[in-house]
Write a protein that binds this ligand. Sequence first.
Ligand code: ZN
Length: 374
Amino acid sequence: MTAVRPRNHRPSRWYAALAACLLALAAHASDPAPAPQDDGPYVFDAGKQLDAVWICGGQVQRTSVARTATLPPRCGYPHAIDVPASLPPAVSKAAATPRIVAVSDIHGQYDLLLRLLRANKVIDADDNWALGRDQLVIAGDVFDRGAAVNETLWLLLRLQQQAQQAGGAVHFLLGNHETMALGGDLRYVNPKYLQSARLLKRSYPGLYARDTLLGQWLRTRPVLLQVGDTLFLHGGVSPAELELALHIEQTNAAYRASLGRSKAEVRADPAIAPLYDGKQSPIWYRGYFDGQLGPDEVRALTQRLGLARIVVGHTTMNHISSLHGGRVIAIDSGIKRGESGELLFIENETLSRGLLDGSRVPLREFPGAPPRED
Ligand code: ZN
C-alpha cells in the first residue's frame, strides 16, 4: 500500500518560505542607511611634502603638509599626530624593567583598549603615556574585525613616541593579521576599510603600502621580542621551527624583508614559507593549547631557549592564563568581542591580570587543557 502524502505539505512550506522572504525584505527595507564614515588620516609620501588624507562624513579631504608636521585632530583619530622625523628602530631584545605590561589581539577595539589602558594607569585620562621608564608590549593582531584599526595604530605610534621620550618603550609586534593586511588577504577586513580604499582609489593593502607612514612603521616592527627572560610573540614557538626563535634578529629581519608578499609568492619561496606557515610559524602556532605539546615538551623548549616563559596571543581565552607550569602565558583575553579584556603585568617576577575596573588579580594555572575559543 502506498503512503499518501498530505496534499498541503509542499504548498505550506512554499508559503512559509515566501513569507520569510517577504519579512526579510521588509526588515531590510527598514534598516537605516549606514552612516557616512569618518576615517584617517592616511599619510602618503609625496616627495618633499606629505599628503594627509581624511574621510569626513564619507567625503575625502586632502592636505599637503611638511614632512615633520603636526597633524591636527580631524575626522577619525581624535588626537594631534606628530609626524616622526624618523621611525623608531625595531627592537628584538630589551632588558627587563620593574614593570612590563602586555596585551594582544585588539582587532580594532580602540575604545575598549583605551578603557583598559586608562583603568590600569598605562595611559592618563588624556591618553598620554603614564608608564614612565617601563614597557608595554602589544603582541600582535591590531588589524581586522573591528572598525577602529587606524585609531589604534595612531595611538600606539603616539605612545611609542612618548614612551621613548620618557625612557620607557612600547613594542608593537606583528601578528598574523598584520601580515594578512599587508599581503592583501581580505577575509577579515572590516567593510569600513574597503569603503575607505574605494574612496581613496587604492587597493586595501595600498592603504598601508610603502609610501604610507603607517605602512613604513609597520614594516619596521618585529615579530619576536625577548625582554629579560620572557619571549613575546603572537602565536608561539613550535619545536619544528625552534631555529626561528634561536635567532631572533635574523627572523625579525626575514619577516621585514618579506612583508607584503602574496600567499602564492610566499609558498613559492622555501626561504620564507616557514615564516607564514598556518600551523607551525611564530604568528600562527597553537601547539601549547591543542594538545600537541605537554608540560615536559614545553619545559624542554623554554630550557633550550634559556627562557623563563613565553607570552603569546592569538588563541582566545576567557582570561589571561598561565599554562604548562607558568612557562606559557596566554594573553588573548577576547578583546575582539568588544566587551571585556585584560592586561598582563609582570612586576619583578610577579605576574597578575589587570582588569577593566583597574583591579588586579592573580593568574590562574590550568593543569590540563584550558578553556579556550578559536
Ligand atoms: Zn592571531
